[in-house]
Design a protein around this ligand. Sequence first.
Ligand code: KPL
Length: 326
Amino acid sequence: MRETKIAVAGGGSLGLLLAGKLNAAGCPAELWTRTEDQARIIERDGITVIDGAGGADATTVNAAMTAAVKAVPLEKAAAPSGTAVLLAMKQTALTPSFVARLKHMLPEEHAIVAFCNGIGHFDKLQAGLPSAELAAAVTTEAARRSGPAEVAHTGKGQIWLGQAPLFAAIPPTYAKSPDHDRMQYIESRLIQAGFTVSMSNNMTERMLRKLLINAVINPLTALLRIRNGELTSTPERLSLMRQLYDETAGILREYGLKDGSHWDELLHVCARTASNHSSMLQDILAGRKTEIDAINGAVVSLAANLGRQAPWNDKITRMVKSISDG
Ligand code: KPL
């Protein structure tokens, strides 16, 4: 098998969780951070992962472990041939200059496995890196960064890996994938690190299901400034959720979302992550740009491709933008 080296791009909650657990399990994975400061602190202190924090997973005992991790700021990172980059970043960080930096630093032989929320990132990556081998990762792991080198693993979930769908066409097409061996290598390292991982041959469905969940939970919790679990606590909030859900599911079905108990899944996610602030609320509270364009804004675009409108998604996108710079 061709040699694969894993690098994790992004020092946020998911990046710290992936890099911390991979290195603790003896799978070296360099972490690429946005700032020099964070890289320095991680090189000095390692990454501490607090498992079972938040009580979302009652079977996990609250326990902390610290792993030594090689960390470098992205602008100084060098990737050897065969690097597989686990992209654990917000879509908002996927700027043209970031993609240009990746193009400059990545060797000819590489793979990018993107864990982003929403849709649209594969189109951006493919446009900027036409020879890239791209894979999609969808995760239900919940984590909260509690410092530059510390992350609380607040909910044990799953990771699905597979082909990267491009939603410009109906039905969606797929980007060029890494070969089978490389995907298996990445899967086996993540399993070794303690994650529950499955290869999926229907990432379109997985991504659409996640998009549906994020399109309902994220903007409503951000606008109402409540935790995920509080969203289902009154009939008025449930009714708002339902309207947004019905409109979004109706559009996503045209792109391959299968009929199923998605409403129940949505309620289950609210319960499972009850004590969490959604990533969009975290962004609003921290004054950061939100991922609204890649989530509800993307649903509006998917509707427009069908010659339809998505008034709930359109209004909620404008409302979130009116309280943030996103
Ligand atoms: O993915 C999430 C997010 O916050 O972005 C959910 C599932 C809503 C958990 O908080």
